[in-house]
Design a protein around this ligand. Structure first.
Ligand code: SF4
Ligand code: SF4
Length: 480
């Protein structure tokens, strides 16, 4: 992105404090503040965003701050349009799987912090992972996000790698986990290489906050307290060969404006340095949990601010997958689905061993945060169908080698739609055959029939139709 002003911000630097430049963020916030009612500028930015090539952090900051209600409405509208353009009405489904909540870090906002003695600590054995994965497969999930605290003794990289192997190996009935994304602590290039070799999808790491001084205050102890090591993790991941990375901040830890700008600078840095922007951006916000009260976080954000953040992120980074978790309520999730979100979790448990254990044990307290949306996966799928979205269990890209810049170029030129639409419908059909309740099935089958007509390429449509019939006859795992 061309810059028209003087700055020390060095987008390609490998040093955290150069590519997330404090002074540049402050100046950007000031620029946004003085221009919040500058209609001419805001209209120009909305038009530019409409070209679907994104916005710089400075431009996006102005839109986030926009004080003109009618123009903000246009931003919301555009966010939905851009999401539709890149992702259609498809919503990718996933579930988190917590492996271990042992953690040596002192993050003050997380109940897994090392000093919390009131939480039940647990690390799943490989047999327990099997049980969890079978439970997830029986729900219909195909895509997982692995979560583990940082503990070099209890959760070393070997444990994570072994767990990934276990997960990919489990084939229960028609179930299979076909993509394992991994959210573990910042590590070194060699470990990223090993994760890549293990066949992970996306490596996810949240920055929490980009504000260095606040970051250090929020992370008083443990390896995570090293701001530079944490902030430069994605550079090392890329160096280790992982070309799909997912970033995010925990909104509410610090002022949202600062972190929003930092997040976009990080995306710009990855794109400028490696030619690949973030595969996904997650937008968690601080929420209550064991030993964590939102009252301790005066920067916690309202729903209205949250909607702005989602919409402006979508138009600033139009190609990225945007993820929302079950931290958010049904009402909020419904709204953000119209503002650019393209992936949601369903039927989630945020405790270690939460899927396979009995109802009584589910009450035991080992969860990382409180889940607001407590519906089952089938209920979420049904709800999405009702709202006119296509729940997609597709995992095709990384299995077809469409990762990193190859994936991004297909996405940016719109060609990916020829894969996404049939893949979404075929995986939805698998879900309908194997897991759906009668009510969900009826809606799903109807939607598949209608949506088949929207596959742009005739040849692809024909093949997809044939595959749908074969799925009915018991075959699985077709993909483009
Ligand atoms: Fe550990 Fe992560 Fe929680 Fe920090 S946020 S205490 S690193 S599990
Ligand atoms: Fe995602 Fe690729 Fe499947 Fe499209 S085809 S839904 S981009 S995995």
């Amino acid at each position: 992105m061309e810059r028209e002003y003087e700055t020390k911000f060095d987008v390609k630097s490998r040093q955290a404090e150069a590519f997330i430049h404090h002074q540049e963020i402050l100046e950007t916030l000031e620029y946004a503040r003085v221009n919040r009612n500058n209609r001419e500028l805001i209209e120009r930015l909305i038009e530019k965003a409409g070209l679907c090539r994104g916005l710089s952090h400075r431009e996006a900051a102005v839109l986030l701050e926009c004080g003109e209600p009618d123009l903000m409405e246009r931003v919301f509208h555009l966010a939905n349009e851009i999401k539709q353009k890149f992702y259609g009405n498809r919503i990718v489904m996933f579930a988190p799987l917590y492996l271990s909540n042992y953690c040596v870090n002192g993050c003050v906002y997380c109940p897994y912090h090392a000093k919390n003695r009131t939480i039940l600590r647990k690390r799943l054995s490989q047999e327990e992972i099997r049980q969890e994965v079978i439970a997830l497969q029986d729900m219909g999930h195909k895509r997982l996000a692995l979560e583990a605290g940082e503990d070099p003794l209890r959760n070393p990289i070997e444990y994570i790698l072994e767990s990934i192997r276990t997960i990919y190996d489990i084939k229960h009935k028609n179930g299979a986990i076909r993509r394992v994304n991994v959210n573990i602590a910042a590590t070194g290039v060699e470990n990223y290489r090993r994760l890549k070799e293990a066949g992970i999808g996306t490596y996810i790491l949240f920055q929490e906050t980009y504000h260095k001084a606040n970051y250090e205050a929020l992370h008083p102890t443990g390896p995570k307290s090293n701001y530079a090591y944490h902030t430069e993790a994605m550079d090392r991941a890329m160096e280790g060969g992982i070309d799909d990375v997912g970033i995010g901040v925990l909104f509410g830890l610090n002022t949202y404006r600062y972190d929003f700008v930092g997040l976009l600078m990080h995306a710009e840095h990855l794109e400028a340095s490696f030619g690949i922007g973030p595969h996904t951006i997650s937008v968690p916000r601080i929420c209550p949990a064991n030993d964590v009260s939102t009252e301790d976080f005066p920067d916690a954000i309202s729903d209205d601010i949250f909607y702005r953040i989602v919409a402006v992120t979508r138009i600033a980074v139009p190609y990225t997958g945007m993820i929302i978790s079950t931290r958010e309520s049904e009402v909020v999730r419904r709204r953000v689905l119209e503002l650019g979100i393209s992936q949601i979790s369903g039927g989630s448990r945020t405790s270690v061993g939460g899927y396979a254990v009995s109802e009584k044990k589910k009450e035991e307290n080992s969860s990382q945060f409180d889940v607001s949306d407590r519906r089952t996966l089938d209920e979420v799928v049904n709800w999405l169908l009702e709202l006119g979205h296509i729940p997609s269990f597709c995992t095709a890209c990384y299995r077809e080698g469409r990762t990193g810049d190859r994936f991004m170029s297909l996405l940016k030129n719109g060609q990916i739609a020829n894969c996404c639409q049939p893949n979404a419908l075929m995986t939805l059909k698998e879900y309908m055959e194997d897991y759906a309740s009668p009510g969900t099935r009826e809606k799903g089958i109807r939607l598949i029939r209608e949506e088949m007509n929207h596959i742009p390429n005739e040849k692809v449509r024909e093949i997809a139709l044939r595959n749908l019939k074969e799925i009915e006859q018991g075959k699985r795992d077709f993909r483009f």
